[in-house]
Design a protein around this ligand. Structure first.
Ligand code: NDP
Length: 499
């Protein structure tokens, strides 16, 4: 066991990042810390590997990615246990996380050719003498920077799609979960031993910053909004494109005709799974007055049954020790501002754990309503109707996901949420649906992982026109005559001049 003051806080010792369990302080493993020069060299090696990987083509890449998927599926228990030890997540939740990541690898591998491969594009009457060709070519090397809360699902959500698109990937895992990150690249190397197509560089935030400045061709970042701003600023120096998956403060709306038992079950899961350390976790609920009280009772009845602890419990520890202060502040401020804890409350914070906390009557100005809490807490606010619920749900700069429970108007309400995603009569389900894009608006970032948009995010469109006949209307040439120009005017009016 490593001597650390606070379990879970990574330490650097003899050039190695030592990762420890937030529950027990036991060492989960260690990885070498990269210097800025080593980051540059890793990217240079990845560039060579990426050329080889791109040259394999879609079919060979698909075969290898599916082998990696199979390896992960065969070793799901081993990976889930490692996630549990390093980050504190309950093993059952870790299994679900790995399953979701596997599904994304499978879909990306199977669909990359269809979405990104070369195809003919119809031309229109103007330029009808040319055919159009489109394909999405790999960027080259993609830098993936990941958080600790879903140390497999989040990096794989970018990396699998980037790899399927033909890119090499250099991953910078969170300093809280480097061993899981290294496990991912090591297992990939087992199925792709020829070249270092998928590698990792480790360290603190400065290593992530070095990756942004290393000359990678795209950065896919998942993490907090504050760091996303820094990543974008660093990438702006070299016009490196960025994909930003940032924080959230997702809302659930419970309408008058909702199935309240189902809504309460989904609320408790959406708010408390992974001890609330979920970017798309439900942190705020807006329940219409007619069902508010009954809904609160049902949520409390379910949430108070959950167990908290290191092993075999429903909720594990808070992975990042400093987050405990944020959670404590949000609860304290909510109560000080007139909110009521109908479950948990200030005493729920018992480091490294936080017990489920349900807050009602919290004013809109409180941090528990406005800021990302990232703990097992949820506010439930009474609203007059769905319109008020939508207005208040949309009142924050964040816009990641959301959930709506109801019958008649639920889909219409979901469409009005200012967010990249929403689940109707469930919570968080869009994350596991590989066919749907995932990403936010506003302070939650931009760009999309997953689905067809997620594949296109890692390829740049290459458009080619090819002449197939002589031009009857020569426009793009100095050889055109005044007569040609007069005909162009005539055609322009005929084609586009009518209202
Ligand atoms: P952070 O923003 O603190 O860190 C994210 C990653 O960025 C880490 O690998 C971190 O390294 C690295 N990093 C830190 N500083 C820099 C820098 N200057 N330049 C480049 N990289 C840097 O987020 P957390 O790890 O705390 O993750 C929690 C956050 O992630 C929450 O806000 C959550 O909502 C969000 N998230 C968003 C998701 C989404 O899909 N939208 C999904 C999951 C989480 P190090 O750890 O070493 O500091």
């Amino acid at each position: 066991m490593t001597a650390v003051q606070v379990p879970g806080t990574p330490v650097i010792s003899d050039g190695r990042l030592v990762s420890t369990s937030p529950a027990t302080g036991d060492e989960a493993g260690s990885v070498p810390v990269a210097t800025a020069g080593e980051v540059d060299r890793a990217v240079a090696r990845a560039r060579t590997a990426g050329q080889w990987w791109a040259g394999l083509g879609f079919t060979c890449r698909r075969t290898r990615l599916l082998r990696w998927r199979a390896l992960l599926a065969q070793r799901v228990e081993e990976l889930a246990e490692l996630i549990h030890v390093e980050g504190g997540k309950p093993v059952g939740d870790a299994v679900v996380e790995v399953l979701t990541a596997i599904e994304h690898i499978d879909w990306a591998a199977r669909n990359a050719r269809r979405v990104l491969g070369p195809r003919r594009v119809r031309s229109r009457l103007i330029l009808a003498e040319f055919s159009g060709h489109l394909e999405y070519q790999p960027h080259g090397v993609v830098g993936v920077i990941g958080p600790w809360n879903y140390p497999v699902f989040t990096p794989v959500g970018s990396a699998a799609y980037a790899l399927a698109a033909g890119n090499a990937v250099v991953l910078k895992p969170s300093e809280y979960t480097p061993v899981v990150g290294q496990w991912l690249v090591d297992t990939f190397a087992e199925v792709v031993p020829e070249q270092q197509v998928f590698t990792a560089v480790h360290g603190l935030g400065d290593v992530g910053a070095a990756l942004c400045r290393s000359g990678v061709d795209k950065v896919a970042f998942t993490g907090s909004t504050a760091t996303a701003r820094r990543v974008m600023a660093a990438c702006a120096e070299s016009l490196t494109p960025v994909l930003l998956e940032a924080g959230g403060k997702d809302a659930m709306i419970v309408d008058a005709d909702a199935d309240l038992d189902a809504a309460a079950e989904a609320c408790v899961w959406g708010a408390l799974t992974n001890a609330g350390q979920t970017c798309i976790g439900i942190e705020r609920v807006y329940a219409v007055a007619a069902v508010h009280d009954a809904f609160v009772d049902k949520v409390v009845a379910r949430a108070e049954r959950l167990t908290v602890g290191a092993d075999g419990a429903d909720l594990g520890p808070i992975t990042m020790p400093s987050q405990l202060d944020v959670i404590r502040r949000h609860i304290d401020e909510a109560v000080a501002a007139g909110g009521r804890a109908v479950l948990g409350g200030p005493a729920a914070v018992q480091p490294p754990y936080v017990h489920p906390t349900v807050l009602v009557d919290v004013p809109d100005s409180a941090s528990a309503i406005r800021e990302e809490t990232f703990g097992p807490t949820v506010t439930i606010t009474r609203v007059a109707d769905a319109d008020e619920a939508v207005r208040r749900a949309n009142a924050l700069p964040y816009g990641l996901g959301g959930s709506v429970f109801g019958r008649r108007d639920a889909v219409a309400i979901a469409r009005r949420l200012r967010s990249g995603m929403a689940s109707v009569n469930s919570a968080l389900t869009f994350a596991g649906m590989s066919t749907l894009p995932f990403g936010g608006v506003g302070d939650s970032g931009f760009g999309r992982i997953h689905g067809e948009d997620g594949l296109r995010e890692f390829g740049r469109a290459k458009s080619v026109t090819r002449r197939r006949a002589r031009s009857l209307l020569p426009a793009m040439t100095f050889e055109r005559t005044p007569t040609d120009v007069a005909r162009i005017v005539k055609v322009t009016k005929a084609l586009y001049g009518r209202r």
